[in-house]
Design a protein around this ligand. Sequence first.
Ligand SMILES: [Zn+2]
Length: 296
Amino acid sequence: MARRPKPVPQMTIGQFEATFTDEEACRAYLIARRWPEGVKCPRCENPKVYSLKSGFHWQCEACAPDGYRFSHLAGTIFENTNKPLREWFRVVHCMLTSKKGVSALEIQRVMGFGSYRTAWSMCHKIRTALIEPQTKLGGIVEVDETFIGGKAINKHHKRGGWGGGYVGKTPIIGAVQRKGNVITRVLDRVTKQAAQEFVREAVSDKVSLLATDESRVYGGLTEYPHASVHHAAGKYVIGAVHTNTIEGFWSIFKRGIVGSFHKVSRKYMALYVAEFQFRYNNRENADIFGTAIQGV
Ligand SMILES: [Zn+2]
């Protein structure tokens, strides 16, 4: 039913190895991506910084009386970690090339990390770097909501024994421009107010069509050329009016959640969906890796 986004060839493992031969190559790559117009102070953006003899360190004299010293890692997700950049880059590459996402357990295994926590925290830090600035969607836009999770679970109690638990479903709303980008938001509840606030923030009112299903939460978006299909009545497509594209995105996300992450708590849902959103929005970007590194 739903069309999958067109995949684009990404860096293969061979190309990765050839590009990132050692730690120094990774540092040079990070610096070039982070500061394409030359090194700037991460605190005050001053471009007149002095490089220090130690190599990947600079000093800014504009924002501190005695000079502020910083490295290429200052202010990035790689700061204060004991993992070499090359390992970080491998994890980023792994996350970007796996369509359904890759679990922290899998990362721990393939990277040979001693602790699950390390892998888990690296993956989450990378996800924060994949959160993109949003620009309003135009053209033909579909909006729809979905619910993730909600299976009964067993909680293991400290004193032994198993107690039943129930994780409520987490609602996510999304808008997708056909042949364009997707924007998502995790909601507390799907209310008319929350849905319409999202639409007004994510979708330009100059669109040629806003397509939704018959849900009442979309009633009253009168500034939009809004049309809906009646899913409950078995009507899925009326000419250009359908929500197949956004449903395609939900199905990729759900396959990932079910296949790679099993359970995702509400707390981290926004980070997981940001990862899938980034891959989707960069599906035709052959330099998706460089784009991700720019965001660190
Ligand atoms: Zn400065």
